[in-house]
Design a protein around this ligand. Structure first.
Ligand SMILES: Cc1cc2nc3c(=O)[nH]c(=O)nc-3n(C[C@H](O)[C@H](O)[C@H](O)COP(=O)(O)OP(=O)(O)OC[C@H]3O[C@@H](n4cnc5c(N)ncnc54)[C@H](O)[C@@H]3O)c2cc1C
Length: 287
């Protein structure tokens, strides 16, 4: 690798100032699990790396009543997986973080890095879309919030501006009585990225009918996929096995999946239908 200047700011203010000042297309490095591979494969060649490693202020994981979970971008994926407060308030999220790669990757990879990388074959993004989470981004121009539904723009592309740092993930508390699940289908080694990831959140009315269904597939397209017409089939109805089957069929029918080494488009479509059905059934069976 060519000589790269490494800057290690100690505060967020310093980090955003450095990012704004570096006119040579400096890159941020957090855990480095994705970035170092990109460097080694010569996909990127920044003259400067700005490490977030010293920003202790971005490491906290806490719960704020009325707001929900607040997860610092520098928290590792493993810390998020094991966090007692995430496990208590939003178990499906802890489970999704626990499905990322292997334990060595999860120890180094950060929550913010996973979202900023925007690799289509990732686990947390579709779950965060289903949970209607949002992220905070900071730059010298100030701070803003971006709903995760609007964060991913394409392959490795997010709504973050080049001078913005993703600082925090905010996950609202699930509505009372809501149920959720995340299923990961892997077609190669057990530690691989998903061939299909399927996240479900079901909110029920007191009479047991469905108030809202959010069904979001990951790894099947450039960005997480939600099919509004399939979700609408659930509203106001009791989710019987036959209705769930119909919804899963309509959902798979609405997606034109991509093809890659993990599966062809045709294969993914079959898997999407099965995973959608199983994920809804699993959510309905959970507390
Ligand atoms: C062997 C292996 C297996 C994997 N398996 C899975 C898997 O099964 N599921 C899955 O979801 N993921 C998987 N991953 C991907 C992994 O989750 C990501 O590599 C990791 O989360 C990236 O986080 P990081 O902190 O290492 O980011 P880095 O590598 O440091 O950065 C990644 C990108 O995000 C940018 N960036 C980082 N932090 C910020 C920030 N706070 N603000 C703005 N930009 C930022 C960097 O500039 C860079 O472009 C795997 C990775 C490896 C190496």
């Amino acid at each position: 690798m060519p000589n790269i200047k490494l800057l290690q700011p100690a505060t967020l203010d310093e980090a955003v100032a450095l990012l704004a000042a570096e006119s040579d297309g400096a890159k941020i490095i957090a855990g480095g699990t994705a970035l170092v591979i990109m460097l080694r494969n010569r996909l990127i060649a920044p003259a400067t790396l700005i490490s977030l490693g010293r920003l202790q202020e971005l490491r906290a994981i806490r719960h704020e009543p009325g707001t929900g979970l607040r997860i610092g971008a520098l928290a590792s994926v493993r810390e998020a997986e094991m966090s007692p407060v995430i496990r208590e308030k939003n178990p499906v999220l802890a489970q999704a973080f626990g499905k990322v790669g292997n334990i060595r990757v999860r120890n180094a990879a950060t929550v913010g890095g996973n979202l900023s990388e925007a690799d289509y074959a990732s686990d947390p993004p579709c779950v965060l879309v289903a949970l209607r989470a949002r992220v905070k981004a900071s730059s010298v121009r100030g701070e803003r919030e971006i709903p995760v539904t609007q964060l991913f723009k394409g392959f490795y592309e997010t709504a973050l501006a080049p001078d913005e740092i993703l600082t925090e993930l905010i996950v609202p508390d699930p509505a009372s009585g809501s149920r959720s699940s995340y299923l990961k289908y892997i077609s190669r080694s057990s530690e691989d990225r998903p061939c299909v990831g399927m996240a479900v959140v079901v909110e029920n009315e007191p009479d047991g009918s469905c108030k809202d269904l959010r069904l979001v597939a990951g790894a099947v397209s450039e960005i997480p996929q939600e099919i509004e017409s399939a979700e609408a089939m659930a509203r106001g109805k009791h989710l019987t096995d036959s209705l769930i089957e119909e919804i899963a069929g309509a959902y798979a029918g609405g997606i034109e999946p991509l093809a890659d080494l993990r599966g062809s488009s045709w294969y993914r479509k079959q898997i999407i239908r099965v995973m959608a059905r199983r994920a809804i059934q699993q959510a309905m069976a959970s507390n």
